[in-house]
Design a protein around this ligand. Sequence first.
Ligand SMILES: Nc1ncnc2c1ncn2[C@@H]1O[C@H](COP(=O)(O)OP(=O)(O)O)[C@@H](O)[C@H]1O
Ligand SMILES: CC(C)(COP(=O)(O)O)[C@@H](O)C(=O)NCCC(=O)O
Ligand SMILES: [K+]
Length: 244
Amino acid sequence: MILTVDVGNSRIKAAVFEGDILLEPFVFKKEELQKNIQNILKNFTNTTHLVVASVGNVEKQAFLEFEKDIAVHFVSHGDQFPFANEYETPLTLGIDRMVLAAGATLQFPGKNRLVIDAGTCVTFDFINVSNEYLGGAITPGLQLRYKSLHDFTANLPLLALESPKNIIGNSTAESIHSGVVNGLVYEIDGFIDEYRALYSNFIIILTGGDTDFLAKRLKNTIFANSNFLLESLNQTFQYKIKND
Ligand SMILES: Nc1ncnc2c1ncn2[C@@H]1O[C@H](COP(=O)(O)OP(=O)(O)O)[C@@H](O)[C@H]1O
Ligand SMILES: CC(C)(COP(=O)(O)O)[C@@H](O)C(=O)NCCC(=O)O
Ligand SMILES: [K+]
């Protein structure tokens, strides 16, 4: 069994895999990292590997204590990946985006693929049919949009995510919900339309904490899978073992 851990900028996601089967997913805060990992390992005693992809501010040392019981692998730019990295600054590319690109490459062979990860940031990643990673885009995620409207203005309240009632917001709260939610939905649909002008055929995978909220609001057809990063992490690690 493999325990995969995805350290994002907002929260930590983890899952135990038996082969390709996801047995159980977990979500926790970085302050509760050690306690949660200990508990998972206690409940899944057949776990042989702990595989971590981190873009959040949790360092390798946080996982050192588990090395006495289990093999720990921190995914890094030097690992084997199943695509050619055409990013002009490959070493600055987020490890989460590399793992997503690897998962898309392995799970959808022979296709152009667009991966959209709606987390703290919304990232777009494009891998063409020749398995070349071309790049994409980084834009603020839903929570970040709500928070920046509040943090960088004198008068705007901090609101929790809510579905806008109308495109025309008729109050401060409704204007914010319309701007944040409709704004991001149009942005994603607009990006997809632009990609379609460049590539007539590609599959679209949507993942991240806001997957379900966004999926039903997009006009485009997508594969919505909030566990795609964890599944990709499991596959990236298996690919590495096979190719090392
Ligand atoms: N319990 C929760 N805590 C924080 N964010 C949540 C929660 N449930 C859903 N979300 C949504 O998930 C998004 C963060 O997604 P996530 O994939 O966890 O981010 P990251 O990988 O950057 O840590 C936020 O924009 C938020 O709207
Ligand atoms: C863009 C990100 C902040 C997204 O992080 P997340 O929303 O998943 O927490 C992360 O992938 C990152 O730090 N990237 C480095 C810059 C780049 O990918 O080019
Ligand atoms: K993201």
